[in-house]
Structure formats: C-alpha cells, structure tokens
Design a protein around this ligand. Structure first.
Ligand code: AMP
Ligand code: MG
Length: 379
C-alpha cells in the first residue's frame, strides 16, 4: 500500500475529453444528460462509415452519406440513454411500480415472495456474496434505513447546499433500530420456484431492497454490452453519476498511445481533482464519497453511506474511495463497502476481488493499493 499526502491540485473535471483523434476518420459525439436521477456524460468515438469496422448490417456495404454517419453518431449516444432509461424503469427503481426491485419490495412479507428474472437473480446473488465478503458493510437490504434518512431527496452531485435543511428532521434512533431489525442480507432467502427454472426471493415484511449502491455500476455493465454490439463505436468514456466506463480507444488503435483520463475529485475541495487515472481499453471506475449526497443539520454533516451496524452515516475515517476494476457492479458495490469498512479492511476486500483501490482519509492523505500506482497520477 502506498501513502501520499494530498496537496491542493489543479482544477479539473471528472472527465477529460479527447486530445487527438489520430489519422482515421472518427466522429466524436459528446453529450451531457440526466438519467437514473443523475448526470450522464458521454464522449463516444465512431469510425468513418467507410471503415471496415462498421457492421455491414448497418450500412448494407454501401458508402454511407454524411447524413447517415451523423445519424449513427447521434444514435450511439441516444442508444446509451435508452439503455439507462430501460434499466431504471424495468429493473432498478424502487419508485416505479413495474420495476423488478419495486415488485420484490411489494412482495415482502408474503410466503410466495417474488420470482426473479435471470438478470435480477445474478445481481442479487453477486450483491449477497459481496455482503458476506464485507461482513455486512455492504447490504442491499438496507432499503428501510435509507428511506428513513430520505437520502433520495438530498441534493446530489457536487452540490454544497441542501434546500431542505430547515425542514429536515433526523430519523429517531427508535425508528432506525426498528428498520435495522429488518435489515440484513441473511434475511434474503433464495428458493427455487415451483417450475424449478427460476429463483424466488422471500423476505420479511419490512425488509426493502435498495440498489442505490450498485445501480450506476450495473448501468456501466449494461452500457458496455450495448457498446460491444455496435462495431462502429471504437471508443467511449461514459460517466453515470460519477461511475465511469472507459471502452476501446480514441483512434481505433489498440496501442497505448492515447489513454483515457478519468479525474478523481478532491473530497476536501470538490471543485478540484486530486489527480486522474490513465486507462487503456475497458475499465470501470466507481467512487463513493461523503461529499456526493449529504444533509447538514446543526453544522453536522450526515452523508449517504450508511453503516448497517448502526444505521448512521459511516464514520470510518474515509472521505472518499475509488475502485478500479473490470466489472461495473463490483466496482460500485466495492466502493460503497470500502467506504464503510475503512482503509485497512477495505484494502483487504478490494484485494479479494482483484480490484485496485484509492482512499482519501480525513487528513487528506491518499492511500492506494500497489496496483493502483501504475494508473494514478497526482496533480
Ligand atoms: P454509492 O454512492 O454507490 O456508494 O451508493 C450510495 C447509496 O447506496 C446510498 O444513497 C443508499 O441508497 C445506498 N446505501 C447506503 N449505505 C449502504 C450500504 N451500507 N450498503 C448498501 N447500500 C447502501
Ligand atoms: Mg457504490
């Protein structure tokens, strides 16, 4: 593990754009939008339509017109938006009745439970594994506690003011204790359904699933799959609320000449970056920081990363943690878990998942895994 004392660095943004695009005809489309209740920034690199790399099914072997090329570039970013919208509405949202998470929550307390789709089964079983590995620091059954804190109504992003502070009432310890009684990954029972084909999840009446800690990471995995189905897209760097997917390269050239740069926000001064990761090809980068969502009451900050052993915002001495790995779901789950666990235990957990990790502690000291050193550059 390496330690670096944080000094105030150069002002930057979380995503650094294209510097040079090589000799090939490559169109770049940049967009900033919102989806899944967060900001989505995209830089997508699409090859010239006459390039071999383009799917013949898309342009039927003909040289495409400029208009066709423009449409393809446009549709690449729109396609990502569609993936996110479908994911939120059909799978992740606890607010939309028809989503899979909402259906699971609605069936809490019933004997028959809720039948899981294949994708949801995979998500929940992976989450349960990470819960076990983190001794329950990461736990998606924390929904009732998260609702009590009303985290979704807090400002997100790099916002430093929270409008609702004056009306905000902290949850009582009594209510938190009751919600904690219904929290715990071991309360989620997975059973073969009658047909023997799918799994069913059965959970106590007041247990609620919240996939807020993994939603952005799952989104990166879905976007990655989408990009792989689009051969005209040679590279992309896409940020979903601060979880970042890098993919391919800027010049459809697999060499290491032109890496992606992913900035890491300084938690002591969120207008600045402490440094950046230089990455080639496909990676997922997720960050959990106490500056991302919080409310201040009587001068005290209450952030959104809840320690399931107390029901309170975790006080592990960590201000922010960034995970670098190949899987979006794992990067996002591990960033939350490592924040709760703190540096020593978090470092071990990341190692177990062969992920690289970088922490900034309350003194502004940067502590990272050895493997992270080759990617991280300090400003
Ligand atoms: P992230 O920003 O990815 O670390 O996720 C934070 C979100 O995950 C919060 O807004 C809650 O919805 C949820 N959450 C908070 N604490 C936990 C926890 N210990 N385990 C699982 N989910 C959590
Ligand atoms: Mg997370």
């Amino acid at each position: 593990m390496k330690r670096v004392l944080l000094t105030v660095g150069w002002c930057g943004v979380a995503l650094l754009g294209c510097i040079a695009c090589g000799k090939e005809q490559i169109e770049i489309k940049k967009s900033v939008d919102t989806a899944m209740g967060t900001i989505v920034s995209q830089s997508v690199y699409v090859t010239d339509v006459s390039n071999q790399a383009i799917s013949p099914s898309i342009i039927s072997g003909r040289e495409a017109s400029e208009e066709q090329q423009e449409n393809m570039v446009e549709s690449a970013t729109e396609g990502v938006q569609q993936v996110l919208s479908d994911l939120e509405q059909q799978v992740l949202s606890w607010r939309i009745d028809t989503s899979q998470v909402a259906k699971i929550n609605a069936a809490a307390g019933t004997l028959e439970g809720s039948v899981l789709s294949e994708e949801m089964e995979k998500i929940l079983l992976t989450c349960n594994e990470i819960s076990k590995a983190s001794n329950g620091a990461f736990d998606v059954s924390i929904g009732s506690v998260v609702r009590l804190w009303d985290i979704d109504s807090w400002a997100s992003g790099n916002s430093t003011t929270v409008d609702l502070e004056e009306e905000y009432v902290l949850p009582s310890q009594e209510k938190l204790n009751r919600a904690l009684e219904n929290t715990g990954y071991e309360k989620l029972l997975f059973r073969e359904s009658k047909a023997g084909l799918a799994q069913t999840i059965i959970m106590p009446a007041e247990t609620q699933i919240d996939l807020g800690a993994v939603g952005k990471g799952i989104a990166l995995d879905y976007i990655h799959e989408y990009l792989q189905d689009r051969p005209e897209i040679v590279g992309a760097v896409i940020s979903v609320g601060g979880s970042v997917l890098t993919y391919g390269s800027k010049d459809s050239n697999e060499t290491v000449s032109n890496p992606w740069k992913v900035g890491i926000v300084n938690p002591l001064n969120t207008q600045k970056n402490i440094g950046y990761l230089m990455l080639n090809g496909q990676w997922c980068v997720s960050t959990s920081g106490d500056y991302e969502r919080y409310v201040e009451v009587d001068g005290k900050r209450y952030h959104h990363l809840i320690d399931p052993s107390t029901g309170m915002p975790a006080d592990s001495g960590v201000r922010t943690v960034t995970i670098l790995t190949k899987s979006g779901l794992e990067s996002d789950a591990l960033s939350t878990a490592c924040f709760i666990l703190g540096i020593e235990e978090g470092m071990k957990l990341a190692e177990e998942y062969e992920a690289e990790v970088l922490f900034v502690d309350a003194n502004g000291e940067i502590i990272m895994s050895e493997g992270m050193e080759q990617y991280f550059h300090l400003y």
